[in-house]
Design a protein around this ligand. Structure first.
Ligand code: NAD
Length: 333
């Protein structure tokens, strides 16, 4: 029996991450080899010619699963009946631009997109915000889409988790596939908290194998927090292929069941969280999924005092971002 079509919107469709992402979704890499899909690709009016070129290339791949491709600039049209929204497009920080300017300019984008999701998307749409500052952009979209469950809004911190896993595996000299249960707490920014205290390598704790707390608290955390800037420094452009990989990993983590005793990190709404983080923020927590698109926060983890202090700093940054958006856009989120 043919499965029902899944509609996936990708914003920033003419950008670098989308160019790494769209073809993998089109090939069936995300939803599987028997799942027909439709892509709804959005970018600014000024980028429509480039977007047409992306569509031409998608056409030329002759992907058997890709049944429809829609392109355009109006989210109220392109978000119609979508099941997944991968909100990648955002305004980059330009020269001389303050963080507040970035929050304000992106805030406007995510108000518009949140409202469009609210009115035309499937009521069960799953929304993953990638465009930075992704946690606060996600909070804005969530606030503007009250008809969609708050749990359906997520911000990408999986790239940080993947980076952390690799750094630990390199230090320990073990295969990356054996590393699990690293946690990214907080904001996808330089205040993020890569928590190694629960990480496992095979059936051993990572801290037993890497018996070097000063490296773990110092160089390791710093390397994950600043990896994005290091990539820009080396490549002259921000992470694109690894970001696309992380988007696929993040969505797979909520549409497939999580292995017993494992978890992944995702920026999600902090309402009712068991770790004392202020409500109504998009904060990264460890989560597990039953595989039906729903998820829950892993409860009962003991929080190391060193991590707790850092988690509070990241929480404070998110509160400040929220207040800044409210002040500059004169909205309540
Ligand atoms: P890019 O500049 O190559 O592409 C961004 C695209 O978004 C452009 O084509 C632009 O026209 C489009 N865009 C801007 N405003 C839009 C709007 N209102 N609607 C639709 N499209 C719009 O950037 P990129 O490398 O693809 O990165 C995209 C975003 O992802 C950036 O904000 C970047 O900082 C962020 N990012 C996040 C992570 C993460 O882990 N969360 C990782 C890497 C990059």
């Amino acid at each position: 029996m043919t499965k029902q079509l899944i509609r996936i919107a990708v914003t920033g469709g003419a950008g670098s991450i989308a160019y790494q992402l769209l073809f993998r979704i089109g090939s069936g890499d995300l939803f599987g080899a028997d799942q027909p899909i439709a892509l709804h690709i959005v970018d600014l009016p000024s980028e429509q010619k480039k977007l047409e070129g992306v569509k031409m290339e998608l056409d030329d791949c002759a992907f058997p699963l890709l049944k429809e491709i829609h392109i355009g600039s109006d989210p109220k049209i392109l978000f119609k009946e979508i099941d997944f929204a991968l909100l990648v497009g955002a305004k980059p920080r330009g020269p001389g631009m303050e963080r507040a300017d970035l929050l304000r300019d992106n805030g406007k984008i995510f108000i518009e997109q949140g409202e469009a999701l609210n009115t035309v998307a499937s009521k069960n749409v799953k929304v993953l915000v990638v465009g930075n500052p992704c946690n606060t952009n996600c909070l804005i979209a969530m606030a503007c889409a009250p008809s969609i469950p708050r749990k359906n809004f997520m911000a990408l911190t999986r790239l940080d988790e993947n980076r952390a896993k690799t750094q630990l595996s390199l230090k320990a000299g073990v295969e990356v596939k054996t590393v699990r249960n690293v946690i990214i707490w907080g904001n996808h920014s330089s205040t993020q908290v890569p928590d190694f205290t629960h990480a496992m390598m095979g059936n051993k704790q990572a801290v037993e194998i890497i018996n070097d707390r000063s490296w773990l608290e110092g160089a390791f955390i710093k390397s994950v927090q600043t990896r994005g800037a290091a990539i820009i420094g080396a490549r002259g452009a921000s992470s694109a292929a690894s970001a696309a990989q992380a988007i696929l990993d993040a969505i797979r983590s909520i549409i497939n069941p999580t292995m017993v005793g494992e978890w992944h990190s995702m920026g999600i709404c902090s309402d009712g969280n068991p770790y004392g983080i202020q409500e109504n923020l998009i904060y990264s927590f460890p989560i597990k999924s039953k595989g039906d698109g729903s998820y829950s926060i892993i409860e009962g983890l003991e929080i190391d005092p060193f991590m707790r202090e850092k988690m509070k700093i990241s929480e404070k940054e998110l509160i400040e971002e929220k207040e800044s958006v409210e002040k500059f856009l004169e909205v309540t989120i």
